[in-house]
Design a protein. Structure first.
Length: 643
């Protein structure tokens, strides 16, 4: 029986036992921008995003030999793309350091303090001396070709369910550029976020289901946000997810923008690896191994000069070239399922798209699905020109002569990798939950010491100062809030909120219901934002004054939102906007007058009478008396009338 006879089920049908059977493992690499005023190694302002730019710089990336006389595989792959890299620079956010024209400044101390604090929350063993390293970035997203980075803590852990998730390391590093476009041989970047400080959290592959990977991502997100010293919003945090199955290899899904997308993405990557391993077994049954793999290619433009298939016809009319690739013994295998609604031919097409820069789709066609492409007679002519047999598959690729030749070579490379199983790659997260090829996974020697910056001591005194200012651990907060009866949605948001300290002070003496305090601090700002009001400008002093007013019964719950709206609109302190203190005697007098007024009125039923009186009462006292108190008073008065 095959080692890979298990057939993947749809995502919704997979169970933890199914994932255990395939040996699913996942780890996270989470990049989180820090809330600092300056960038990490220069004095440019951080966090100023703008599409405006004052100039463009053109550069080409070229591979260089390492100290051991070797080329990095990713560097060679990027060189084959022959990309022009365009950097759009804004004079207000970029200096000569980012363009590699001047040495770095010393590391930003504010960023280091934040990183050290997160390391302590992760229970890391903190380093006592920082050493700056250069990590190669070979896609052009950093103009220098490398990122300056340092490790601040190792061997940490966070609690999850009944076990610990290991934190392999926590790094502090500079952010890369924002990609604007990548079309053909030109890739364009905006440099506004370049150099901004961020932390990289690397977990061990301790998550054993896709949902666990997302759970741990949310847990780590809550931990770092609990410090109130990280940036939020689109692009401020980005997850890379590592996935493997038994017999596969670590594959990195790059740049996952939202944690809820992790489960389906990791499921599909596990399915892809499993199906690639099954494909390797099928090739083995056909007698095709790495050593016995055979393929060849040649230009066949003339063979197809009269074709009616529009993509190829248009290419030939434009003076482009068509290459044919013969994959010996591969008949039917380009239709082998890899991911959900995805087949092996997409693995091939992705390589052609990325490395040969043939980005207009379709960029290949193949003889495993002949009816959708060339006419039968044309396929026969192509197969004859390439010397293909019945058991072979033929793949066509077209484009500028040099690119089409590169594409043909990549088709052969990717087909041969099928005899290995799962190639080591970085994959791109796609919106439908599948993933596509991005680049070859960098080699282990991509980091080397930086000679521009000296080591930096991390003293015990500094760590103790930082430890003293840390928030309580988020798991402790959540447990305490659960004991106070805070609902799940409020509890999680409150525990990671910068307003958690306000909540704890407000709920400490027991005069204010904890759930009410949590609603004011978590839900009401959201409601204000939905109305288009600048809720983020609400100060702690304003919110604290509102909580005090609730505790002292100066306002009722219904009066909080109107009060906050007025505070935002008028810019006045809450104390100046509060209504007069609740006067119970005056309330009872007004209630009695209203009740007497309705004695002679006729109503459809008792409920209609109650609603009418309640409307009059709340028109006078809304926001100053709790609705329940008013309702009880009204019922009491009406009972006297009807008694």
């Amino acid at each position: 029986m095959s080692s890979y006879d298990f057939a993947f089920k749809p995502f919704e049908a997979m169970t933890p036992n199914d994932y255990a059977r395939v040996g699913f493992k996942s780890g996270l690499e989470i990049h989180q921008q820090l809330l600092t005023a300056k960038k990490l190694f220069c004095r440019c302002p951080a966090g100023r995003y703008s599409p405006k730019y004052d100039a463009e710089i053109l550069r080409h990336m070229r591979p260089t030999l390492s100290e051991l006389g070797e080329y990095d595989g990713t560097a060679l792959m990027e060189f084959k793309t022959k990309k022009e890299i365009i950097y759009r620079i804004n004079r207000e956010t970029v200096c000569t350091y980012e363009m590699d024209d001047t040495p770095p400044f010393m590391m930003d101390e504010e960023a280091l303090d934040i990183a050290l604090g997160v390391g302590l929350l992760y229970n890391c063993v903190m380093v006592d001396e920082l050493h700056i390293a250069r990590k190669q970035y070979l896609d052009g997203s950093i103009p220098t070709g490398f990122q300056r980075t340092t490790i601040v803590g190792v061997n940490g852990w966070v609690p999850y369910k009944d076990r610990r998730i290991r934190i392999v390391q926590l790094g502090l590093e500079e952010d890369a550029c924002r990609e604007v476009s990548d079309v053909g041989h030109r890739r364009t970047y905006l440099t506004d976020r370049l150099g901004m400080p961020l932390i990289e959290t690397v977990t061990a592959p301790d998550m054993i289901t896709p949902r666990e990977a997302a759970d741990v991502g949310q847990l780590l997100r809550r931990i770092v946000r609990s410090t109130s010293r990280v940036r939020t919003g689109m692009g401020a945090a980005r997850e890379d997810v590592n996935v493997s199955v038994t017999g596969g290899t670590r594959v990195e899904i790059k740049g996952v923008p939202r944690i809820p997308r992790i489960p389906l993405l990791t499921h599909n990557e596990a399915m892809r690896q499993w199906n690639l391993l099954r494909l390797r077994e099928e090739l083995g049954r056909r007698g095709i191994s790495t050593e016995r793999f055979a393929a060849d290619y040649s230009e066949i433009t003339k063979v197809l000069r009269k074709t009616a298939y529009l993509p190829v016809r248009s290419a030939i009319d434009a003076g482009l070239s068509v290459y044919g690739v013969r994959l010996c013994g591969f008949r039917g295998l380009l239709l082998w399922q890899t991911q959900t609604d995805t087949v092996f031919s997409k693995e091939v097409a992705d390589r052609v798209r990325v490395i040969a820069c043939l980005t207009t789709l379709p960029n290949i066609v193949h003889s495993d699905s002949p009816g959708e492409t060339l006419a039968s007679a044309e396929w026969l002519s192509v197969r004859k020109a390439l010397g293909a047999r019945d058991e072979d598959t033929v793949v066509l690729v077209w484009g500028p002569p040099e690119d089409a030749l590169t594409g043909a070579k990549e088709i052969v490379i990717r087909a041969k990798e099928a005899t290995i199983g799962v190639p080591s790659e970085t994959r791109q997260a796609l919106a439908d939950g599948t993933n596509g090829f991005e680049r070859i996974l960098p080699g282990p020697d991509r980091m080397y010491p930086d000679t521009d910056l000296p080591p930096k001591r991390v003293t015990g005194e500094r760590l103790e100062r930082i430890r003293a200012g840390l928030p309580p651990r988020i798991v402790d907060r959540e447990a305490r809030y659960k004991a106070l009866g805070i609902p799940d949605d409020l509890r999680i948001a409150l525990a990671r909120s910068a307003r958690a300290g306000l909540f704890e002070a407000a709920a400490e003496d027991g005069k204010l219901p904890p759930v009410l305090a949590a609603v004011v601090l978590v839900q009401y700002p959201k409601r204000l934002r939905k109305k288009g009001l600048p809720a983020d400008t609400l100060s702690d002093e304003t919110l604290n004054a509102v909580l005090d007013a609730l505790r002292e019964k100066r306002i009722a719950k219904d009066g909080v939102l109107p009060l906050l709206e007025r505070a935002l609109a008028d810019g006045k302190p809450v104390a100046a906007l509060l209504p007069p203190p609740f006067d119970k005697a005056a309330f009872e007098t007004r209630l009695a007058a209203i009740a007497d007024d309705v004695k002679g009125r006729r109503f459809r039923d008792a409920e209609s009478r109650w609603r009418y009186v309640m409307g009059l009462v709340m028109a006078d006292w809304r926001g100053r008396v709790e609705g329940r108190t008013a309702a009880e008073g009204v019922r009491r008065r009406l009972e006297r009338i009807t008694a």
